[in-house]
Write a protein that binds this ligand. Structure first.
Ligand SMILES: [Zn+2]
Length: 171
């Protein structure tokens, strides 16, 4: 967990100089690095101050998600956390986190919205790769957590609700 094996690159937007560093999974997942402090405020070659940052993709795991769910100061790399989490790859750890930890209300809402987005994505005709089995599995999981979903109601976007709620038992 604490091994520094995730690569981050910072490229100078003026001269293209690339500085790279390796960080832990946690540092990468939550973007915890203070680049100015670690790499300096200016490009070492041309002294420009504008950069682009490239992350290696981080695959989330239960430890990371658990930590995120309990700490309001932690954000996942992506701006839209619920979109990042709305992935079959993460379905099991999302469900485990919902069920086995005393998580923050706000984080629970994000996880429930992520589940709704999976149902949405696998319902709409615009998605040629929609997966009926996955959709039905997530509908089942939402139906068993309908009280939690009611508490998250204000959080879920209306266009998602319109597609997802009619497919659930008792919303
Ligand atoms: Zn430069």
């Amino acid at each position: 967990m604490d091994k520094k094996n995730h690569k981050i690159e910072r490229e100078c937007l003026k001269c293209g100089t690339i500085q790279s560093l390796t960080v832990t999974k946690k540092e990468a997942a939550f973007d915890l690095i203070d680049y100015d402090r670690v790499l300096g405020v200016k490009c070492p070659k041309c002294f420009n101050k504008q950069f682009s940052i490239t992350f290696q993709n981080v695959t989330l795991d239960l430890d990371i998600l658990k930590e995120w769910s309990l700490d309001s100061e932690l954000y996942l790399q992506e701006q839209d956390e619920e979109l990042l989490l709305a992935d079959e790859l993460y379905l099991d750890i999302v469900l485990k986190t919902l069920d086995t930890h005393k998580i923050l209300d706000h984080k629970r809402n994000i996880l429930l919205e992520a589940l709704c987005i999976i149902v949405y994505d696998n319902t709409i005709k615009e998605n040629p790769k929609r997966d009926e089995d996955l959709k039905n599995r997530v509908i089942f999981e939402l139906n068993t957590r309908i009280e939690q979903l009611r508490l998250a109601d204000d959080w879920v976007m209306d266009y998602i609700k319109e597609v997802v709620y009619p497919q659930l038992n008792t919303m």
